[in-house]
Design a protein around this ligand. Sequence first.
Ligand SMILES: Nc1ncnc2c1ncn2[C@@H]1O[C@H](COP(=O)(O)OP(=O)(O)O)[C@@H](O)[C@H]1O
Ligand SMILES: [Mg+2]
Length: 240
Amino acid sequence: MANKKDKPLISMKNIGKIYDMGSSTYTALENVNLSINKGEYVAIVGPSGAGKSTLMNILGCLDIASTGEYFLDGLNTKCSDNKLSEIRNKKIGFIFQNYNLLPKLNIIENVELPLFYQGMSGKKVREKSMQALEKVGLLKHIKHKPPELSGGQKQRVAIARALVTEPQILLADEPTGALDSKTGKEVLQMMKGLNEEGNTIIMITHDMEIASEAYRIVTVKDGRITSDSNSPSKIREVIR
Ligand SMILES: Nc1ncnc2c1ncn2[C@@H]1O[C@H](COP(=O)(O)OP(=O)(O)O)[C@@H](O)[C@H]1O
Ligand SMILES: [Mg+2]
């Protein structure tokens, strides 16, 4: 008999999203079926306006679908707002294009924040945050504030903040979008390393070259999934 471990981490069935714009409606997602297992590294790719952010918001429990079913780690996301934020806080680590760090807090305080939201307190908070910052190579900078850091360093802080709660999924929306190509590559290298350590990663991008860093590429166009296949990097690995 299948147990919980065999179930996909993400299971979306016939997901649709209709935005209500007063006098009219706009269908941003239609009939999306997506299943992602623990340990996968998936890129969601598609042109601007395709529905990627809409899909990411639903995947990340920041928004709810208009139609269909979405189970995350076996939990039905059709639930109260409070329950949904609890699921989000426990299960998902977010990495955004523009880092979303709080400029007045120093680095360690930024990383500690999600643990406080979880109700954790005391020494453990500092310990865990230091571990996360060590992982991204930023222990030396913990008292600095975000405006004093380079773009690459800011994104590493954001990765530490995403990791600190040990989430089931890392959800990255254009994580290299604001970085030069060399720094972008370093961030992608870091994400690959995190996947090799067992983290499940979903990365949203409009850039096919960046998407090919992942092992599976899901293409979204006009609110629908138009392809879902292994990426060239995965195929190279299988051949090797
Ligand atoms: N809150 C909203 N209200 C109305 N339309 C929206 C809203 N958010 C997104 N859209 C529309 O849905 C479509 C998909 O948007 P989005 O998911 O942001 O695409 P992408 O991230 O792929 O660029 C776009 O046409 C956009 O204008
Ligand atoms: Mg977008």
